[in-house]
Design a protein around this ligand. Structure first.
Ligand SMILES: C[S@@+](CC[C@H](N)C(=O)[O-])C[C@H]1O[C@@H](n2cnc3c(N)ncnc32)[C@H](O)[C@@H]1O
Length: 315
């Protein structure tokens, strides 16, 4: 969706479901670890939250909020950082007991539709893909990693079956010409993965997903934040996470299942309970993930693969 400045506006996914999972928001302090366009933060504040701490690693997301965040005064604080630093950030802000944490993983429409950032196979742009705007870019990976490392990235983070053939062709081609633009990569993958095999999807989709996850260390960030988020939650507090693909959903599902068990059977016991009491400290809020309605998917195709899972601290 474009606004009147001809910029993309991110439409939040599963917004009502996320807000309602946080329960009665009066007097509550919530961390929105993936601030993005601020859709969740605003809805949480409008529903009565006492304070929201928004975190985003993308400096442009934080800058974009400058025009409106003053409307909420001290109730909204926005920090440019990775969500894995959540514990340090909340401590610095003097908020050590948090009533709710929300994470809406992956990238925003603002990032996807900015072709200069190289996330989209639909547009031609530089092969960048760095949400935080610094560090190793997708082009650096394609230029410097050897064939085996590239194949592993495409297989592990994109579940791309032709990972080895694609990696081989990249290494051959880059001798003659560096791979710097998204459309070069789309064309190259198209030579290995025929479009009829991917049923209407772009043949390069999995390779783009793999590079984005790798460049932004998405799964490592997620694995780091989970135990810290639980440490921060007060009794009754809820951690709600929206995922968009099976790799990240598996990490969340396995962690929630393990933590939702009595301590003796919980491989994260140390992270969640240092008293060693053999009772449940957490419960899974919804046995099955909450999915978007057909109406939401029809209005916002980005929602189609979204899943919301929640975990509540019991004591
Ligand atoms: C799907 S969008 C969130 C949209 C937001 N819920 C809204 O309503 O506008 C994901 C955002 O999370 C940010 N992000 C992704 N991984 C992050 C991380 N590890 N630390 C901090 N921010 C991250 C991205 O930069 C992006 O802006």
């Amino acid at each position: 969706m474009l606004n009147n400045l001809n910029e993309t506006v991110h439409v939040p996914v599963l917004l009502e479901e996320v807000v309602s999972m946080m329960g009665d928001l009066q007097g509550k302090v919530i961390v929105d670890g993936t601030f993005g366009g601020g859709g969740y933060s605003r809805a949480l504040l409008d529903a009565g939250a006492k304070k929201v701490i928004g975190i985003d690693q993308d400096p442009l997301a934080v800058k974009r909020a400058e025009s409106w965040r003053g409307l909420y005064g001290d109730r909204l604080q926005v920090v440019n950082a990775c969500f894995s630093e959540m514990k340090k950030i909340t401590k610095e802000l003097g908020e050590n007991e948090i009533d709710g944490i929300v994470l809406d993983l992956g990238f925003s429409s603002d990032q996807l539709d900015d072709y200069e950032r190289g996330f989209a196979f639909k547009y031609d742009g530089p092969l960048d893909m760095r949400m935080r705007g610094s560090g190793v870019s997708a082009a650096d990976v394609l230029a410097e990693y050897d064939e085996r490392q590239l194949a592993d990235i495409f297989y592990k983070y994109g579940e791309e079956r032709k990972s080895r053939q694609i990696a081989k062709l990249i290494v051959e081609r880059r001798e003659a010409e560096p791979l710097l633009r998204t459309q070069q990569l789309v064309d190259l993958v198209g030579q290995i993965v025929p479009s009829w095999k991917v049923q209407g999807k772009n043949p390069a989709m999995k390779v783009f997903q793999a590079l984005r996850i790798y460049v932004n260390k998405e799964l490592e960030e997620l694995e780091r934040v989970l135990p810290d988020a639980l440490d921060l939650l007060t009794k009754g507090g809820v951690l709600g996470i929206v995922t968009f693909h099976s790799l990240e959903d598996r990490v969340v599902k396995d962690f929630f299942r393990s933590v939702g068990r009595p301590v003796a059977k919980n491989k994260y016991a140390q992270a969640v309970d240092d008293e060693g009491v053999d009772e449940k400290s957490f419960e899974v809020v919804n046995r099955k993930p909450i999915l978007p309605s057909a109406v939401e998917v029809a209005d916002n195709s980005r929602a189609r693969s979204a899943k919301l899972r929640g975990l509540r601290r019991l004591r």
